[in-house]
Structure formats: structure tokens, C-alpha cells
Ligand binder design. Structure first.
Ligand SMILES: O=P(O)(O)OC[C@H]1O[C@H](OP(=O)(O)OP(=O)(O)O)[C@H](O)[C@@H]1O
Ligand SMILES: O=c1cc[nH]c(=O)[nH]1
Ligand SMILES: [Mg+2]
Length: 209
């Protein structure tokens, strides 16, 4: 699908299957989400630019490639985005972090904002927005609206599962933002849940249901 990269690495697919199982515990779900996030981070950063730095090895001097981690912002859509954020920060510890607090109104499925904090200069950075679930797309669209209001224009979106309906809405609103996901599932049910999905990611991570 145009604008969507499905990360089909066997380790990602294997871990995702365990996360989908209804009997997987809260602790297991959280651990797997962290593990999977490092693999997804590896893929979404694969084409990042490197700069050269003069270093000395024990034998000689060379110009060696380095990543400018400080130029990256990971933007987590609360709560469930934090499950992806943790592993990503393990790989890129110098990345800056934005937090976007949103929850879905269970009746209307609209995204209700309750918190927003981002580095001042998002305009000059690559912003990777993370949330395990792209369902209707309302939450991710609202988050990216907000980041764009602050000047961000180089944005990628990373999730674990995406519904075709959500992808269509997202791409209509933000055609310039590429989506990276571990799976495109079948459809949304009448309550806006992804099918087959994995249930409510936030509740499964934190044991709130
Ligand atoms: O694409 P959408 O239809 O907007 O649905 C996806 C959103 O729903 C979930 O969050 P939720 O509202 O359950 O909040 P939580 O992470 O605090 O549980 C999920 O983590 C996404 O943010
Ligand atoms: O299936 C879904 C849809 C939205 N949010 C979730 O956590 N799961
Ligand atoms: Mg939730």
C-alpha cells in the first residue's frame, strides 16, 4: 500500500502473535511491546542520515559515521504510546521526547486532548510519532495536527496494528506522513476496535480492565 511500510521481520511477527493472544499477561504484554519497539525502531530509522566524526581508534584516526540522535523527537501518544517509546529510547538515548495526551471518547470515537508537551524546535527535527494502535485514525491525526501547528513538517508515524479504515482517514488528513506498522488488520468493529487486533492496548499494558 502506498505510504505504508509493513514491517514483516519474523521476530516482529512472532512477538505480535503472542501479544494478540487473550491469555498473555499484563507483564508479558508490556515486555513484548518493549522488545518489539526496539525492532520497529531499527526499521524506521534505517534510512536516517549519518554525519562523519573524526575519531581515534587505538590504531589510527578515521572519519566515522554517527547518528545525530539529538535531531530526533519521539512523540508518544499517551498512554499506550509509552510502551513503544521505552524501547526506542533504549536504542536512541539522546532523542528528544514529546508527550501527547489523548483518549478516545467511547461513544463518538473522537480524540479528546488532555496534555501536550513537545520540544520548542520540532520544526527542525524528524518527529517519529508512536502509538501501538491506528484504529479510526482520530488520535494519530489529532496528534499530528498539533505537531504541525508547532511547525513540525518532517514526520513519520509508527504503530503496531493499523485498520484499513484508519489508514484511509490518516492519509486523507496527512498524505505527507509515512506510516510504519507491523500489520494491517482486517477491519474495525462497530465499537471502533481493530479486528482481529489485540484488544485495548492501554488496558492490556497497564492492567486497567
Ligand atoms: O485511531 P483511534 O480510533 O483514535 O484509536 C487509537 C487510539 O486508541 C487507543 O488509545 P485510548 O484512547 O484507548 O487511550 P489509552 O492509550 O490511554 O488507553 C490507542 O492507544 C490509540 O491512541
Ligand atoms: O482495537 C483498538 C482500537 C483502539 N484502541 C485500542 O487500544 N485498540
Ligand atoms: Mg485505551
Amino acid at each position: 500500500m502506498n505510504g505504508v511500510t509493513v514491517i514483516d521481520h519474523p521476530l516482529v511477527q512472532h512477538k505480535l502473535t503472542i501479544m494478540r493472544k487473550k491469555e498473555t499477561s499484563t507483564a508479558g504484554f508490556r515486555r513484548l511491546l518493549k522488545e518489539i519497539s526496539t525492532l520497529l525502531c531499527y526499521e524506521i530509522t534505517r534510512d536516517l542520515e549519518l554525519t562523519m566524526e573524526r575519531i581515534e581508534t587505538p590504531l589510527t584516526e578515521i572519519d566515522a559515521p554517527v547518528l545525530e540522535g539529538k535531531k530526533l523527537v519521539f512523540a508518544s501518544i499517551l498512554r499506550a504510546g509509552n510502551g513503544l517509546l521505552e524501547g526506542m529510547l533504549d536504542l536512541v538515548p539522546s532523542a528528544r521526547v514529546a508527550h501527547i495526551g489523548l483518549y478516545r471518547d467511547h461513544e463518538t470515537l473522537e480524540a479528546i486532548e488532555y496534555y501536550f508537551k513537545a520540544p520548542e524546535d520540532v520544526a527542525n527535527r524528524l518527529v517519529i510519532v508512536v502509538d501501538p494502535m491506528l484504529a479510526t485514525g482520530n488520535s494519530s491525526i489529532a496528534s499530528i495536527d498539533k505537531l504541525k501547528e508547532r511547525g513540525a513538517h518532517n514526520i513519520r508515524f509508527l504503530c503496531l496494528l493499523a485498520a484499513p479504515e484508519g489508514i484511509a482517514n490518516f492519509q486523507k488528513a496527512h498524505p505527507d506522513v509515512p506510516i510504519y506498522t507491523a500489520s494491517i488488520d482486517s477491519h474495525l468493529n462497530e465499537k471502533g476496535y481493530i479486528v482481529p487486533g489485540l484488544g485495548d492496548a492501554g488496558d492490556r499494558m497497564y492492567g486497567t480492565k
